[in-house]
Design a protein around this ligand. Structure first.
Ligand code: PHE
Ligand code: ZN
Length: 848
């Protein structure tokens, strides 16, 4: 028996050293075969003056030959790469040619070159290129690439511009993680784009034949993204073609490879019959996100992987701006904050908390997190508030002018803001280096026309960071008169100390304070506000985000009381909810968001933060009770609302129509609790689009009905893999807590369950983890089931297994029995022989 492997040594930001080697040009030649693909790589290398060995990364490659300036070298790689001793290297420039063999058909990790439904594709970010050939696989090594692909397949794609059948040349120097190759029997949905300066670009979305008629919305989104980046950021596209390929087996959402974006097919393919409004919105956002990377990520890339937020935070910020411009800024902001709290605040509050710019990692794939992405975007939003729109625009222009073609750092990023605006950002930089969600405690004093706000910030300890210093926190406030008139328009207070007071004079009466407008900083506000004041803000706040937030906070207060002492919400809440629900002056999407009660996970997080040990079963019961109270209170007027929202005519995916459907489905869900599902059943039967079809089905499943409809749904959609993912998810997500584990296990025996397909695995186990009361059921069956499947998946696809293991990251807020059970499962996973570095690091961090 071999001894267990020692814990791998972490990579540290502090150890960064520039590459001693430059790659001046790369020529790759692929001879494709499912087993035994050969890759010939000719690297033109400039040697370092230091006389160092040349180290190339390479994993799982069979080295067939290695030549330096034509002379054969007899060297054996180790299991992570190849070292060419300095003694073998000439002075100055030289050419290194390697030939390796790889087996894409056996690649279940979906990293490097792999096969998905008969097509070849690649995924290289972050460190997948080393599974294709020997190379200095680090983002600060940038080179122009020429690629030749030999295969019988008709469509052969790579980065850059076409240079003949199967030949591509990419003039823009790029790091290896942006390399891509696709070969398959594909068909293009095409369009043409003319850039602002008049250059023509061919746009193609490549899919399998059967999906050709599902590409129009993605293409429309791409064209709007390209135009928007020209108009808002002055960024033009820089190649003759832009290709997008949809693949079914993909670990993440999509990938921004230069000129050849590769997408998880669920973020490309859509038709009214098969995709929901949320799917459409996500397609628009992700198409934009990947396109925007062409400048923020590709033209300017990251020096090392610690700088990941440099491209991801900024690109998320840009795609959020874009979606807001395309749809509704208020609704988009509310949705983004819901997601931030659900994923990032949760991460920040548990054992996986890490700074926006981490300082060490074992496996970089584990750091594509809500903190790097979403908190990284929030940090940019704060920066913009602090320097103003003009300052932001100037800083970005300087950033593009100065760093184009470079691999940059967060220091470079902050420096352009300092230079463009003259502002010192030393304190601001703590947002990048310190983990954890700050709490901001607010108290107010009013006397004779004079209001004082006392603000205090508390920066809680996180793993490895016991003590923190105050941050600069932009707090947007507004004041309303008791009649609901705005007496102070939105003003940004800069909280820089641990405690600080801000005064407002000349007020006619005690104002109502609207604080943290637009969610101006990713913090938790602690403020004792009565129900009456929250209801007032829900009715009158001029800031739409805070208007929603007031309703949300009110619902949370009431739900917390229901959980802890069983008190039902009083009539004030009902009055306020009724007013919003039936106010035709408000956007339907906004009304739907107000009707959406806080999730069970959100409540558990909130109760925990308030010093309670949350009981998942009690939260579940209370939330259902609250829904029933709301349903009964609104019941009489719901049928009229539903009738008014039943749009005749064909489906359109625009935000206004989607908002009406969202409100309609929210109303239907409430009505289902009083009519036994009659209206939902009728809606399901007549639905002519997927939003309404799954919306109605979810209403039925929520009230314990819908089995017959589930069967009809499967019969209708059995051949459509993306729709069937929804079928798997829905029945787990809406199942009663005590039945969830059993149901999930049964579905893993379904003929269409394929653990090699990440979408399907996530459809099932993501739903299990998202059914809060079911996942945390006291019998521990769900914990066991998830652990079993993570262990199984890890052997095939470590990246997705590690990502899904975050379902366990909330263990420390649970009661002792559940803590013991979860820790037991994590310990069992950790002890698995041959466990991947990915899942190993995650269990290690979660166990603390
Ligand atoms: N860089 C991709 C994005 O954010 C995400 C990704 C990371 C995809 C790693 C695949 C692998 O757009
Ligand atoms: Zn990205």
């Amino acid at each position: 028996m071999s001894s267990p492997p020692a814990s791998p040594t972490p990579v540290r930001l502090a150890d960064y050293r520039p590459s001693p080697w430059r790659i001046d040009r790369v020529a790759l030649q692929f001879r494709l075969a499912p087993r035994g693909t050969t890759v010939t790589a000719r690297l033109e290398i400039s040697s370092a003056p230091g006389g160092e060995d040349l180290r190339l990364d390479g994993e799982g490659l069979r080295l067939l030959s290695l030549r330096l300036d034509g002379r054969a070298l007899d060297l054996r790689p180790d299991d992570r790469g190849l070292t060419i001793p300095a003694a073998d290297l000439p002075q100055g420039a030289f050419t290194l040619e390697s030939v390796v063999e790889i087996d894409p058909a056996d690649n279940t990790a979906l990293e490097g070159l792999y096969m998905s439904k008969g097509m070849y594709c690649t995924q290289c970010e972050a460190e997948g290129f080393r599974k294709i050939t020997f190379y200095p696989d680090r983002p600060d090594v940038m080179a122009p690439f020429d690629v030749t692909i030999e295969s019988d397949l008709p469509v052969l794609l790579s980065n850059g511009n076409p240079a003949g059948q199967g030949r591509w040349t990419d003039p823009w120097p790029k790091p290896a993680y942006l390399f891509a190759l696709v070969a398959g029997d594909l068909i293009a949905h095409s369009a043409r784009f003319t850039t602002a300066s008049g250059r023509g670009v061919d746009l193609n979305i490549w899919v399998r034949q059967c999906d050709e008629d599902h590409c129009a919305y993605a293409m429309d989104s791409l064209i709007r993204s390209m135009r928007w980046d020209e108009q808002v950021y002055g960024r033009e596209y820089d190649l003759d073609v832009f290709n997008i390929v949809a693949v079914d087996d993909f670990n993440m959402g999509a990938m921004e490879n230069k000129g050849l974006n590769i997408f998880n097919s669920r973020y490309v393919l859509a038709s009214p019959e098969t995709a929901t409004d949320d799917d459409y919105a996500r397609i628009e956002a992700i198409i934009a996100h990947e396109y925007f990377h062409n400048w923020t990520g590709n033209r300017i890339t990251c020096r090392d992987w610690f700088q990941l937020c440099l491209k991801e935070g900024l690109t998320v910020y840009r795609d959020q701006q874009f979606s807001g411009d395309m749809r509704s800024h208020a609704v988009k902001r509310i949705e983004d904050v819901l997601m931030l709290r659900a994923r990032q605040f949760r991460e920040d509050a548990g054992p996986l908390a890490h700074p926006v710019r981490p300082e060490s990692y074992v496996e970089i794939n584990n750091f594509y997190t809500a903190t790097v992405y979403e908190k990284g975007a929030e940090v940019i939003g704060m920066l913009r508030r602090l320097v103003g729109d003009d300052g932001y625009a100037k800083a970005l222009d300087l950033y593009f002018a100065r760093h184009d073609g470079e691999a940059a750092t967060i220091e470079d990023w902050l420096a352009v803001f300092e230079e463009a605006t003259g502002r010192d950002l030393a304190q601001f930089k703590r947002w990048y280096s310190e983990a954890g969600t700050p709490r901001v405690r607010v108290t107010e004093q009013y006397e004779a026309g004079h209001l004082t706000l006392h603000l205090e910030q508390i920066n809680p300890p996180t793993p490895g960071q016991p003590r923190k210093s105050p941050k600069v926190i932009p707090i947007a406030v507004g004041l309303l008169s008791p009649e609901g008139r705005e007496v102070l328009p939105t003003t940004v207070l800069e909280l820089t100390g641990a405690q600080q007071a801000f005064s407002f004079d000349g007020l006619e009466a005690r104002p109502v304070v609207s604080i943290l407008r637009g969610f101006s900083a990713p913090v938790i506000l602690e403020r004792a506000v009565g129900a009456a004041e929250r209801a007032f803000l829900l009715e009158h706040d001029t800031d739409p985000f805070n208007r929603w937030e007031a309703g949300r906070a009110l619902a949370k207060d009431l739900l917390a009381r229901m959980v802890t002492d069983g008190t039902d919400p009083g009539p004030d809440w009902m009055t306020a909810m009724e007013a919003v629900t039936f106010d035709d002056g408000l956007e339907p999407a906004f009304r739907a968001l107000v009707l959406r009660l806080p999730s069970e996970d959100d409540m558990a997080q909130t109760l925990h933060a308030a010093g309670h040990v949350p009981d998942p079963a009690a939260i579940h019961t209370a939330r259902r009770r609250m829904q029933a109270v709301l349903a009964n209170g609104l019941a009489a007027r719901l049928p009229d609302l539903l009738a008014a929202l039943d749009d005749p005519g064909p489906y359109t995916p625009d935000a206004a129509a989607a908002g009406r459907r969202a409100l309609r489905m929210a109303a239907l869900s409430l009505l289902s609790r009083v009519d036994g599902g009659a209206a939902a059943r009728a809606t399901f039967t007549t639905a002519d689009n997927m939003t309404v079809e799954v919306g109605a089905l979810a209403c039925l499943l929520e009230i314990g009905a819908g089995d017959e409809e589930l069967t009809r749904f499967a019969t209708r959609w059995g051949e459509d893999r993306l729709v069937m993912d929804k079928w798997f998810t829905l029945q787990i997500l809406h199942a009663a807590p005590e039945t969830v584990a059993e149901r999930t296990e049964a579905l893993t025996g379904h003929a269409d369950f394929d653990m090699r397909n990440p979408n399907r695995f996530r459809a099932i186990f993501g739903a299990l983890a998202a059914n809060h009361a079911g996942f945390h059921h006291a019998d521990g069956a769900s914990y066991r089931l998830l652990a079993d499947w993570l262990i199984r998946l890890d052997a095939l696809n470590p990246q997705t297994a590690a990502r899904m293991s975050t379902a366990f990251d909330s263990w420390s807020r649970m009661d002792v029995d559940r803590q013991d059970m979860i820790r037991g499962e994590l310990t069992r996973i950790r002890a698995t022989p041959g466990l991947s570095r990915d899942l190993g690091e995650m269990t290690e961090r979660m166990l603390g």
